[in-house]
Design a protein around this ligand. Structure first.
Ligand code: AMP
Length: 544
């Protein structure tokens, strides 16, 4: 091999991104809305100094390189400080999903061995429910978002006060872990995805390409997608690298308050799951004149399929552009984007809409293929369905310290997504089904198996199968099909009460169907597809 004469050893680390924001874009603004609706403003210059202060304070705790530092926080400016201070000081940013049940949070924080946890004061009651069960936890730092920090805890502002505004970065290998997220997107315990500096840096560059999200210095970015969900789709990193202005919504994610924020702060890119956008479209349809969205360049919708009717509604009735994206926690998360290619310019609106309704074609450096059950590679004919597999520099190569699902990583180096798709000759992916037995409600996973196991522990229940029912707002909601033991009965209320306490409220089934038998496959597994075919519209019919 004739080696190239380039600086190939220059490390791709997040420190470079932070340096850019501080040195090149110190005047660009960050706006952060608190729980009371007030907006805190500062610029990247001040952000940079405070992030250095936080990095210094963290270093002073005596943590070891690679130690996990948890965050239990909404989207706000201090969370953005943690996003960079933690990895740039050599530790791992571990964002905890505040929507999970405390049982899951306990498992996750113990599995990750979080040593420090930053928590919003408004979320402290949640942390207090499980903090004493966290074996590695040494320190809790409270972000005073809705009032003063209670006695007995370290206050975030006190923690960084007086620290130097310059920080000497430790030497960081680009392959070192930078951040981690747990995903419940499969059965069993949540699994940790451990991003490296390199994977996050490369993903950031990809997110800024014109043909992907095109984040630039001219943008004002509003991540509605939580910072505890797949790094808010990488937007905080993209904004800091480019100097794009940022707007953080805090805990209030009601459609009206988001529209107020987009309008007042002149947002150009906002990103969230379809549930958020369904609510926003409904309000705009009522009275769009209340908001000025003329600065909006694109609304990124992902996490679940964006319904073509919604994409069309935004475009036709409000002149707003949607970017439909597909990704996973395991892919950092951006994998593909539904862009209409230039040769399609002459196509009818309907044809173009059909393209936008797909999960799109992969972004550069993400390879895709789809595979039959027997491992045969399938043709890109737009018809043959198979499981989507992906690989690339920001795709997980394994789960963190967890072999339970090692079979999702193929021997030849691909990750099995669990999404059943067709791929057409243009490389557009269309999700048709899911092989993983889970439900995605409003962008968050619900484990059917966990609910089934709990239901089958009820004395009257012989069999319980939980499947996804279509829902106009949440996309999917759980429905439980129940077979009672001979001579036994229970009411919906009995079953709901039986589940309560062990699951987050939003996990509880929306409906219970009492049936004589549950359809099964030849090997005796519940046939969820059949249940979905027969009863998938149950909730839609109920609403109507
Ligand atoms: P998560 O790891 O929580 O981001 O979930 C990833 C999964 O969400 C994917 O494997 C898909 O099942 C689903 N998903 C993400 N984006 C889309 C989309 N645009 N359309 C349909 N499903 C999606």
């Amino acid at each position: 091999m004739l080696r190239g004469c380039m600086m190939d050893d220059y490390p791709l680390t997040l420190t470079h991104l932070l340096e850019r924001a501080g040195r090149l874009f110190p005047k660009n603004q960050i706006a952060s809305r608190g729980p009371d609706g007030s907006i805190f403003r500062y610029d990247y210059g001040a952000y940079y100094k405070r992030t250095h202060q936080l990095a210094n304070a963290l270093t002073g705790l005596g943590l070891q390189p690679g130690d996990r530092v948890g965050t239990l926080c909404w989207n706000h400016h201090r969370h953005l400080e943690m996003y960079f201070a933690i990895p740039c000081a050599g530790f791992v940013l571990h964002t905890l999903n505040l929507r999970l049940h405390t049982n899951d949070l306990t498992y996750i924080a113990n599995h990750a061995e979080d040593k420090v946890i930053f928590v919003d004061r408004s979320l402290l009651p949640l942390l207090e429910q499980f903090k004493d069960q966290l074996k590695s936890l040494q320190k809790v730092i409270v972000v005073p978002d809705d009032g003063p920090t209670p006695d007995g805890y370290t206050d975030y502002e006190d923690f960084i006060a007086g620290q130097p505004e310059e920080f000497t970065y430790p030497e960081i290998d680009e392959r070192a872990a930078a951040a981690m997220c747990y995903t419940s997107g499969t059965t069993g315990n949540p699994k940790g995805v451990l991003y490296s500096h390199r994977s996050t840096t490369l993903h950031t560059m990809s997110a800024c390409m014109t043909d992907t999200l095109g984040i630039s210095e001219r943008d004002t970015v509003l991540p509605v997608v939580p910072m505890f969900h797949a790094n808010a789709w990488g937007l905080p990193f993209a904004a800091v690298m480019t100097g794009a202005e940022m707007v953080f919504p805090g805990p209030n994610l009601q459609p009206e308050s988001l529209l107020d924020l987009m309008s007042a702060e002149k947002v150009s890119v906002a990103a969230g799951v379809p549930t958020i956008w369904i609510g926003i479209l409904a309000l705009l349809d009522q009275d769009a004149s209340r908001w000025d969205l003329s600065t909006m360049r694109t609304m990124v919708i992902g996490g679940s399929a964006a319904p073509p009717s919604m994409i069309d509604g935004f475009r036709q009735r409000h002149g707003l552009t949607v970017t439909h994206a597909w990704g996973m926690t395991e892919t950092n998360p951006l994998g593909s984007l539904a862009r209409v290619k230039r040769y399609m310019d002459g196509w009818s609106d309907e044809q173009k809409l059909a393209v936008q309704g797909t999960q799109g074609h992969p972004v550069p450096f993400v390879d895709i293929r789809h595979v039959a059950d027997d491992g045969t590679l399938l043709d890109w004919d737009g018809e043959t369905m198979g499981e989507l597999e992906v690989r690339g520099p920001w795709v997980a190569a394994s789960y963190y310290n967890n072999d339970e699902q090692a079979d999702r990583f193929t021997p030849d180096g691909w990750f099995k997504t669990g999404d059943i798709v067709t791929i057409n000759s243009d490389g557009y992916i269309a999700i048709t089904d899911r092989s993983k037995d889970v439900i995605k409600s409003g962008g968050e996973w619900i484990s059917t198996v966990a609910l089934e196991n709990a239901l089958m522990a009820h004395p009257a229940v012989a069999e319980a199968a939980v499947f996804a029912g279509r829902h106009p707002k949440w996309d999917e909601r759980p429905i439980a099909a129940i077979v009672f033991k001979p001579g036994q009965q229970a009411t919906e209320d009995d079953l709901a009460k039986h589940l309560e306490g062990n699951f987050a409220k939003w996990w509880l089934p929306d409906a219970y169907l009492f049936v004589n038998e549950i359809p099964k496959t030849s090997v005796g597994k519940f046939q969820k597809l059949k249940l979905r075919e027969e009863h998938g519209d149950h909730l839609v019919k109920q609403e109507a």
